[in-house]
Design a protein around this ligand. Structure first.
Ligand SMILES: [Zn+2]
Length: 67
């Protein structure tokens, strides 16, 4: 068994839904799952949900500072 060549089965934690997903895209150092990515694209800009996504993504660009 060459376990080092096998990818991690758990995947990564999505920054939008906070769920571990195997498939998704990387934004900077963060991970967005395919489900959220698709949902985001289909969300209208006037939809309140869109602001929620934007807020989540904003945290990707500017990580919280711990002082
Ligand atoms: Zn997600």
């Amino acid at each position: 068994m060459n376990s080092e060549d096998v990818k991690k089965p758990a995947g990564e934690t999505c920054i939008i839904c906070d769920t571990e997903k195997a498939k998704g895209i990387h934004l900077y150092t963060s991970f967005v799952c395919t489900d959220c990515e698709t949902d985001m694209i289909q969300t209208e800009t006037e939809d309140p949900k869109y602001a929620y996504y934007v807020d989540k993504l904003r945290r990707v660009k500017t990580p919280p500072l711990y002082s």
